[in-house]
Design a protein around this ligand. Sequence first.
Ligand code: SF4
Ligand code: FES
Length: 234
Amino acid sequence: MSEIRFTIDGKACLAERGQTIVEAAKANGVYIPVLCNYEALKPVGSCRICTVRVAGRYMASCTQPVTEGMAVENTAPDLEDMRKSLIEMLFVEGNHFCPSCEKSGNCELQALGYRYKMMVPRFPYLWPGRALLAGSPLLMLERNRCVQCLRCVRGITSKAGRKVFAAVERGPHVTIEIDPKLAAKLSEEEARRAMDICPVGAILRKEKGFALPIGQRKFDHTPIGSDIEKGTGR
Ligand code: SF4
Ligand code: FES
């Protein structure tokens, strides 16, 4: 299969046919931030953190396939500032109290906040009061921290293939629900996967908080995106 030649910020890159810009960038050692995108799940392009520019057009690089000769702009100052503003919007739209959150150090939103040197968001806090769901034996759903990435909806299914999580409503009113019957049957491994697939601290395994101490977590020693060249991704 012939490879596709393209560039990212002027760097010559090669892509396989059908690869998205995010996939090809990663294969070429270039970091593009993502949040709703998750390997092995069909991308939906909902968060727009991965926005790049091609010939003056803005596009979600997690859904856009690479084409021959494409010249991708990834780190232009205005693009980076737009990503930072999206991260700030997510922070003010939910209640993210990082110092007391179980996911601190393992949270992709927090890690992006550090990467983009977020200090005080430029938008007013909304302080939502969404109900916490704690009916499942193994899981807790803290919707005040949800960033509506739909990774749980796309990635967590029962053995029969039914979705454990569902999104109700649309747009800014989207809310994540959990199927109580399916959630009651989750194994320990499935519950752990649900917690891991959530980029923030919205899905938590009950009674297992802080099993891995703060200071020994994913982003405590290695900032997000810095390991791209080792092929480990985020
Ligand atoms: S609960 Fe977590 S994985 Fe599910 S939509 Fe919200 S942030 Fe994403
Ligand atoms: S990571 Fe591409 S739109 Fe969310």
